[in-house]
Design a binder for this molecule. Structure first.
Ligand code: NAG
Ligand code: NAG
Ligand code: NAG
Length: 318
């Protein structure tokens, strides 16, 4: 971990001042185009959330064009061509996990397009799969069935809660992050902008999501593509990120009553795209989607034409 420009003076400020100040970080990973194939490992596992998907390996995702890299773009999608047999496996999709793990860090996800369509449940998040939930989980992007806006959520073991009043632009939901409370609702913050998720995000050209995790807080930001206040280091993928300049976070998770290093261990970055499953399937009709989720996925491949991520880049700073 390199906190290059933290002096004891800024550290003291960070401890005493509200809002808590961030730091200056150095670029450790710049992931663009075919760089995604090395930075991430393909998880061809059974979907832990019971989705109607089959996660394929890297060679298969390339040969089926479910992942595609150009010099400035990485596409990750579900199959949108095959009618599925009800008794056969789920629609082919992709779930990728970074080879590296991170504790304190900042990361910027420049996303042009996210999967949309009834039944889709895309996520960009961080966790330690081998020690869930004790190793912590931070959902940076997550939602289902095109329902905007985005929410950022922590999921932890028992003993991590968030204060109602926080310096953030989003709206706090449940305050207890414990996965055992209310069926793993977690402590979420709903974003203020409809352009943060789904079709509205896509028609607006996407935007930037960012996370900063320190030993005393976790912050998440979102800037829509057309925002006038995108920090210059975020926009340019600069070699240094100065989080002090990033403004009020969209979602703030302070350590007021949650010891961050105790509840969050070294996490991987994970990007997954499932269909139906515990959440998207559970609220499919409520969200105005037609019929039964699994039937819809089986019989309507063309409904998944826009079920893809287009990443301009991921930049990780340490
Ligand atoms: C593969 O996917 C990319 C990105 O969506 C697309 O531009 C390209 O035409 C596709 N290739 C084939 C053979 O379908
Ligand atoms: C991805 O998998 C994780 C772990 O099972 C789960 O918490 C998350 O909700 C999943 N999201 C998607 C979109 O599959
Ligand atoms: C919050 O973080 C500060 C700074 O690292 C630390 O002194 C304090 O003990 C932490 N509080 C909790 C409840 O973890």
């Amino acid at each position: 971990m390199q906190f290059l420009s933290i002096t004891s003076a800024t550290l003291l400020l960070a401890l005493n001042a509200a809002p808590v100040l961030g730091a200056t970080y150095s670029l450790s990973d710049s992931v663009v185009g075919s760089g995604f194939y090395n930075f991430f490992q393909w998880e061809n596992i059974a979907d832990p959330t019971n989705g109607r998907v089959t996660y394929v390996d890297q060679a298969t995702s390339k040969s089926l064009n479910l992942t595609f890299a150009s010099s400035n773009s990485f596409i990750l999608r579900t199959d949108f061509k095959t009618v599925l047999s009800a008794s056969g496996p789920g629609r082919n999709s992709v779930r990728i996990r970074s080879a590296k793990t991170y504790t304190t860090h900042a990361a910027v996800f420049d996303v042009r397009h996210m999967p949309q369509g009834c039944g889709t449940w895309p996520a960009i998040w961080e966790t330690k799969e081998s020690n869930w939930p004790s190793g912590g989980e931070v959902d940076i992007v997550e939602g289902v069935n095109d329902q905007s806006p985005n929410a950022a959520t922590l999921h932890t073991g028992a003993g991590c809660t968030m204060p109602q009043s926080r310096d953030q632009t989003g709206t706090a939901g449940q305050l207890d992050c414990n996965t055992a409370v209310n069926g793993n609702t977690g402590c979420g913050v709903t974003f203020p902008t409809t352009t943060s998720f789904g079709p509205s995000f896509n028609s607006n050209g996407g935007g930037w999501f960012a996370i900063e995790r320190t030993t005393s807080f976790i912050n998440v930001w979102f800037w829509p593509r057309n925002s006038g206040s995108v920090p210059s280091d975020v926009k340019s993928g600069a070699s240094k990120a100065v989080t002090d300049n990033w403004g009020t976070p969209t979602a703030a998770f302070p350590n007021t009553s949650c010891n961050i290093p105790q509840f969050f261990q070294e996490n991987n970055i994970i990007i997954n795209l499932t269909l139906c499953g515990d959440w998207a399937g559970g609220v499919f009709s409520q969200d105005g989607c037609p019929g039964a989720c699994v039937d819809y996925v089986n019989n309507n491949p063309s409904a998944f034409t826009n079920a893809y991520f287009d990443f301009a880049s991921i930049h990780v700073y340490q």
